[in-house]
Design a protein around this ligand. Structure first.
Ligand code: ADP
Ligand code: MG
Length: 319
């Protein structure tokens, strides 16, 4: 007999909690943020065929489901505390659940983020996590704070996840280790939590790149009432992506999506502080442009020539 709903929850998703007052098992979980902190709350859903391919290893899927949520906390400068997991499963597959729970909980442990509850039902594979973090009152990084004259930065490298997707689609081909590297970026992104926390009081705005750099940056520009100039050749990319034709390099870095890097702005006099925050968080950050008073997004290349913006970001209802 396959495990029932409650056995499944007990076996894979019930863990001792230390920060929360009450975890899995009652009608509600109970926990409180530290005095002087605001709760930061975000939900992200992963649907099979839309957000991940059926070929992904369960462990990586568990990792990614939480990683994309932690990335939202990072973009607000919030420190992770707890999360809930709502799961629809087509059937009880213990090997799948064991791998999924392992990937999920390893990342949770690495960030001190406790699983405190959720919901489990039968249905097409669907994973919805709600994550709770905390940030000192008034210090959350928002999309609305970019100022004309600010420098524009991005963490890590962009475009590998899109490159991997194109290989899965058959548009591009990559051999062994190169494919493994970009596939890892797509299936196991690293949320930039430490960087987000280190940028409190330094960055004037931030967002995480989930739908593509230019599209996500446009959200910041709109909410901040500013424009930007981006040097498309300055956008950091991996050695694997650099070996691809320039048009693919640009498509993947500017409109790739699924990157989960942070894009943020800071005043030019904060450049040393930004570098120190990046060192503390052990992640590379690169200046890719500047914020302008004039609305709109301008793209230039290394030579300062205008590049037409033909790079469309991902939109679930216009894909
Ligand atoms: P209710 O009927 O009150 O919604 P459930 O029977 O759905 O409660 O869940 C029982 C307990 O198990 C609750 O504490 C709930 O938060 C927890 N839970 C259910 N599914 C999951 C899951 N996938 N991961 C973690 N906790 C879960
Ligand atoms: Mg329930």
């Amino acid at each position: 007999m396959p495990l029932g709903e409650f056995d499944l929850i007990a076996k894979f998703f019930t863990r001792r909690v230390t920060r929360a007052a009450l975890g899995v098992g009652d009608d509600c979980a109970l926990f409180a943020p530290t005095i002087g902190m605001q709760l930061a709350v975000s939900s992200d859903m992963l649907v099979e065929g839309r957000h991940f391919l059926p070929t992904v290893a369960p462990q990586r899927l568990g990792h990614k489901a939480l990683a994309v949520n932690l990335s939202d906390l990072a973009a607000c400068g919030a420190a992770p505390m707890a999360f809930t997991l709502a799961l629809a499963l087509p059937r009880v597959d213990e090997a799948f659940l064991a791998g999924f729970a392992q990937g999920l909980l390893a990342l949770a442990d690495a960030h001190g983020c406790e699983l405190i509850g959720g919901d489990t039902t039968q249905g097409p594979l669907n994973i919805c996590i709600t994550v709770f973090g905390e940030v000192p009152v008034g210090t959350a990084l928002l999309r609305s704070g970019a100022q004309a004259g600010d420098d524009l930065y991005v963490s890590g490298t962009l475009g590998d996840a899109r490159l991997a997707l194109e290989v899965f689609r058959g548009t591009l081909a990559l051999e062994g280790t190169a494919f493994d590297a970009v596939r890892g970026a797509m299936e196991q992104p690293t949320p930039r939590v430490a960087l987000g926390v280190a940028l409190r009081g330094v960055a004037t705005s931030a967002i995480d790149v989930s739908d593509g750099l230019l599209g996500d940056l446009a959200h910041v520009l709109r909410r901040s009432g500013v424009g930007a100039t981006v040097d498309v050749d300055a956008v950091p990319r991996s050695a694997v992506l650099r070996a691809q034709p320039l048009v693919w390099q640009r498509t993947c870095t500017l409109a790739g999506g699924d990157d989960y890097e942070l894009v943020f702005t800071a005043a030019p006099h904060q450049a040393d502080t930004v570098a120190a925050a990046a060192r503390l968080a052990q992640v590379h950050v690169t200046r890719i442009g500047r914020i302008d008073a004039a609305a709109g997004l301008r793209l230039v290349d290394d030579a300062g020539c205008n590049v037409p913006n033909t790079f469309a970001s991902f939109d679930h209802f216009n894909a």
